[in-house]
Design a protein around this ligand. Structure first.
Ligand code: HEM
Length: 235
């Protein structure tokens, strides 16, 4: 996440690198869900066809998991600061009824991420390492056979329960992204309109306007207003 920029193209919300990394995580996560479901219940067994058959699915699933986790570490570090809960988030949560009833103009202003987005981040931050660790313990032929049986059984349970939590969280995340119009543009094109930023993330928008004013002042220009934006990008 980063700050302003360009008058015509809108405010920069996600850099190209962040977007590519996010979509890599999204793609691998969906692959993990499909291949994981295929092992989970015979009803989903046919999903193995997507990965070249049952044996290939079994081989690929843990490697995709490691790749997803590496991408996730990068995302977790980059988005850590904006996902710390702040005092103003409490007031927003108290008005969650208005937000869900599409009266979000009544909810108090929030920063770059709302508490719901922050919760998604934290649930994933706990789930991904738990899935990775429990996945290692049940990974055949590398680790599962050299560890005690009890570990294997316990890790299988943890893996299944945490996967369930992560998948439900992902469904909520995707639903919210569709529900809040303009969010997809943020993650595909990287930029959002000033009106979107002002409406959905007022405190973040105010910070950007303040930064523009400061940068404009340093350059000896008159203070920037809504219609004059700096050219410089700080990804
Ligand atoms: C098909 C799957 C996915 C879709 C369609 C999707 C969509 C999106 C969109 C549209 C945004 C921008 C929201 C905004 O700026 O207001 C976003 C942000 C984000 N996504 Fe995803 N995403 C997907 C999968 C994932 C997965 C698997 C993870 C993590 C494991 C993830 C973690 C995040 C994070 C941390 C952000 C930053 C802001 C936030 O916390 O909402 N996403 N996603």
């Amino acid at each position: 996440m980063t700050t302003p920029s360009d008058n015509k193209r809108g405010i920069l919300r996600y850099t190209t690198f962040s977007r590519l990394n996010h979509w890599f995580i999204a793609f691998t996560f969906v692959c993990l869900t499909l291949s994981g479901l295929a092992f989970f219940h015979p009803f989903f067994f046919d999903l193995t066809a997507l990965f070249g058959g049952p044996t290939m699915t079994r081989i690929l699933h843990p490697f995709i998991g490691v790749a997803m986790s590496l991408g996730f570490v990068v995302m977790a570090v980059r988005f850590f600061k904006v996902n710390l809960f702040k005092r103003h988030d409490v007031a927003w949560v108290r008005r969650i009824g208005d937000v869900l009833a599409n009266r979000d103009e009544l909810a108090p202003p929030i920063g770059a991420n709302n508490p719901g987005q922050k919760l998604v981040y934290w649930v994933m931050l706990l789930s991904v390492p738990a899935l990775l660790l429990s996945g290692f313990f049940i990974w055949r032929p590398y680790f599962a056979d050299i560890l005690p049986r009890g570990w294997l059984r316990f890790s299988s349970l943890v893996h299944a329960y945490v996967a369930f939590v992560a998948i439900v969280t992902l469904i909520i995340h995707v639903y919210s992204a569709i529900w809040v119009k303009g969010s997809f543009r943020a993650m595909t094109q990287g930029r959002v309109s000033r009106a979107w930023a002002k409406h959905h993330h007022r405190l973040w928008y105010d910070e950007i306007v303040e930064q523009e004013r400061r940068e404009g002042g340093e350059r000896g220009e008159r203070p920037l207003d809504e219609h004059r934006m700096p050219d410089k990008e700080t990804p």
